[in-house]
Design a protein around this ligand. Sequence first.
Ligand SMILES: [Zn+2]
Ligand SMILES: [Zn+2]
Length: 345
Amino acid sequence: MNIYIPSSSILVSPTHHSASSNPQPNMTLHHHHGLFFVALAILYFFTISFPTISARSFPTPSISHMHKHKSWEGFHNFTNSRPGQTHKDLSTVKNYFHRFGYIPNAPPTNFTDVFDETLVYAIQTYQKNYHLNVTGELDNNTVKHMTHPRCGVPDIIHTKMRNSTTVHFHMGSLYSFFEGYPRWPEGTNQLTYAFLPENQLHDDYKSAIASAFNQWTPVVKIAFEETSSYEMANIKVAFFQGYHGDDSPFDGPMGELAHSFAPTDGRFHLDADEYWMASGDVTTSPVERAMDLETVAVHEIGHLLGLGHSSDQNAIMYPLISSRVKKVDLTSDDIEGIRELYGIN
Ligand SMILES: [Zn+2]
Ligand SMILES: [Zn+2]
């Protein structure tokens, strides 16, 4: 039985991540007095933001042996842990659930390593959202699911029951929206996008992103036009490594692949440490972790238009994205969701 509904009031917006459990480097330029320090700070920012991205080194051509996300793979150590027990670094699992919206409130300090009620509830909610067996334990199946590469936008958790009288639900639809249903203004029929100039992307990268935009155009009736002005563009596409100025630092190969922000923010960020394939057949790539750029972009553009995650695993808006897979066609779940948001019949 599906107890989740697409239009609930309990939502988690990617623009409201709490960073309290994931302390970020704190760069406060305005605390420096004097031009020299400002210049140093700016130089530091660019150094950590764009460390290796250039026309020559992007994407990283070497085949990494690290096919899996280091810290998430560590979750397998907890498969035999039980409620009430304490396990070293179990707090990393709580950080994960907090990061993706399953533990709404972080404690004032760090999460503990105790397998407490909060963790049980988070696991159960995760299992329900992904239609897994609801055990409340970190069983093998659940951990395997958690370590799968995915979009960094938190899942939107629907906790209202199906029989709620205040919310209508859509039979068979599993799509969701951001809190407050943000969308581009009524009458929008064109949006511009631009690539971060420092990325110096090859044309095949730009073509893959353009194709991804084109998947949405016929459904949402919005044309997407590339512009050279990054600052003025409605949608700003950028590849970053690690910390890059928002609350969601990238994490190296695999793990988190990309994230983007709800309308009308327009920021569209991709992890430069992934092995992106912009052209050619990703399904036959010799690189195990090869990610199809268009596939991930179609998903992220859904967020940029206002869709949250869907628990329909065939939908473009499903949060987990596999390597060596091409998945670019919108499903009926995606189409119904975006049509509802934009009032298109
Ligand atoms: Zn997503
Ligand atoms: Zn970002």
